[in-house]
Design a protein around this ligand. Sequence first.
Ligand SMILES: [Zn+2]
Ligand SMILES: [Zn+2]
Length: 357
Amino acid sequence: MDALVIHAPGDLRIEDVPTPEVGASQVRVRVRAGGICGSDLHYYQHGGFGTIRIQQPMVLGHEVAGVVEAVGPGVDTRVKGQSAGQSGGPSVGTRVAVCPSRPCGTCRFCQLGLQNHCLDMRYYGSAMRMPHVQGAFRQEMVIEANQAFALADGISDAEGAMAEPLAVALHAVNRAGPLLGKSVLVTGCGPIGALTIIAARRAGATHIVATDVVAQPLRKAAKVGADETINVAEQPEALARYGADKGQFDVLFEASGNERALRSAFEVLRPRGVIVQVGLSAAELTLPLNTLVGKEFDLRGAFRFHEEFGVAVQLINQGLVDLKPLVSATLSFRDAGRAFALAADRTQSMKVLLSFD
Ligand SMILES: [Zn+2]
Ligand SMILES: [Zn+2]
């Protein structure tokens, strides 16, 4: 079975890796679609991000969907498929989104219900720990049955693979608190920013403004429901007018990791506004702390997700969100160099997916 392995920046290889036996409470999934995430791109372009570096070969990827092709002993398949709150696992032939998050379930933070802060997290395709956790860009994988979330008929593999980034956006929305009737600014319209627009709308935001410095992602942001899009490279004054009366926005989702985006948002967020930082930054940044004090901002981080994965699959299955406008292209994993170059080109692509035939 072939997998996409990164050895060093720019060095992706197709390698044969073994598929383990399907154990108790596990299922084997034939992977059909895998979304290239910003983190995969960082590994490919720079060998990592921040202090996290690739130190050994690692299978990339954590946004995948596929079809169950074998079920281990002890998996209850009486319930066809599985969604949040259901018991039982998927049967052979069920199409599933794979949850890449594997918290231990027993540590202090898991016990507190903060599984995304698990002390022993094994998140697919992550170099955060040694040995690295191998990822999901592979033709087949053995997972715990409770990582498999059944996809409804009519939902594509690509949409299923986007359950993970949608879960990230839903978690960011959860971190913001109630959005009903709120005015929201989203800075940075990559996949996470665009999905945050979708998630914020579902959560009741009545006015959503999106900013970026590239035209193509802004067009996508408008397509998925932003009320207004502003190219802050070309028309910074269009955002600045929201600075009237100490600021008009109730909530900021900062999805670019860019210092200038965060700074300019400080001017247009109202006193006691909530800032949810969901974008990671390439470097440490400097903030106008006195504005944060004077306007009494709540500055909050949002990292990964836990229960939001099941919610994401439910929203997708029920047609309550439309992710199709965000799918740019699907390329074979054997053509990964081209796929990663396309994913890195923000003038051309939003979410690029790999197929694994
Ligand atoms: Zn991701
Ligand atoms: Zn834990």
